[in-house]
Design a protein around this ligand. Structure first.
Ligand code: SAM
Length: 275
């Protein structure tokens, strides 16, 4: 697959993951929101313009709106125009554009608040290196504030574990890196780009904890992982299929738990990096 192939997400998947995303952020990322809140109070801003990049069907805004106690003006950006038609975006300004065009898009957008915050959820790990650079440039141009959440970091822990889990993880990560993408290194790479641009980055871990409480999400996550591993092609397909059958049976019986690593980054001007 080439670097230019657009990465799309279907609405069923976005709906399925939403509750787990919210719990993961509440568990692991609430201190980032508290720090962002302090910063916004210190700034004296009354109205915050929030630009959600790769907004999908609006889950990130749905999470953040009630947790940020300021007047908010939302802008949603996605390269998938179908997602932008979703009712979940409410009165947000809707912009069909790719990350690669973000600096220009934001430069041309009339400001709708006292300051601008960029945000994203479940986006960075599908971007190419040049797209991450463009995103980092857009953060700088917008004043240096961003909350970049739920980036897959490649860590996966199965309970119970088995030997082939490691091979499956390596093959999945290789699939994420297709076309030269940073994939599981995206959060680290983005943090490096932002620090190099003079910004402060605070890191939080926001892993999913999949198990019998959300059987459909666990099953779909498993199935999509196997599809990617088979497409990547470095493991014998019969071994992958057998692993899939074992893991699927455990999931269906409520006997499988999986921790899936995610990283959130809070980006602010003038604070030292924490990690
Ligand atoms: C996994 S979905 C996450 C959607 C939403 N943020 C959420 O948390 O439910 C990734 C979204 O980013 C969009 N996307 C992926 N690559 C993009 C790019 N290069 N430019 C703009 N949007 C992109 C996809 O269309 C999709 O809506």
């Amino acid at each position: 697959m080439s670097e230019q192939t657009p990465v799309r997400a279907d609405c069923g998947w976005l709906a399925l993951r939403r509750a787990e995303d919210e719990e993961a952020r509440d568990r692991g990322g609430s201190h980032l929101l508290a720090r962002l809140g302090e910063h916004l109070v210190e700034s004296g801003a009354e109205v915050v313009e929030i630009v959600d990049v790769g907004a999908g069907t609006g889950a990130n805004a749905g999470y953040l709106r009630p947790r940020l106690p300021w007047a908010q003006e939302w802008v949603v950006v996605d390269h998938d125009a179908d997602h932008l038609r979703e009712a979940g975006h409410g009165d947000a300004v809707r912009v069909a554009a790719g990350v690669v065009d973000l600096p220009e898009v934001l430069r041309d957008l009339p400001p709708r608040g006292d300051l601008r915050l960029l945000t994203c959820a479940a986006l960075l790990d599908v971007l190419s290196g040049p797209e991450l650079e463009r995103f980092a440039d857009a953060v700088v141009d917008s004043g240096g504030r961003a909350l970049l959440t739920l980036t897959v970091d490649g860590s996966v822990r199965f309970d119970p574990g088995e030997v082939l889990d490691h091979g499956v993880r390596r093959a999945f990560d290789a699939h994420q890196r297709r076309g030269g993408r940073p994939g599981p290194d995206a959060a680290r790479e983005m943090a490096r780009l932002l620090v190099a641009r003079g910004l402060g980055v605070t890191v939080a871990r926001t892993p999913w904890r999949l198990g019998p409480e959300r059987p459909q999400l666990l099953r779909r996550w498993l199935d999509e992982r196997v599809d990617a591993v088979l497409e990547e092609g470095s493991l014998p397909p019969d071994e992958v299929t057998a692993w899939h059958a074992r893991r699927g049976a455990q999931a269906d019986a409520g006997q499988l738990r999986v921790g899936v690593g995610h990283v959130d980054l809070l980006v602010l001007p003038h604070i030292p990096p924490s990690a």
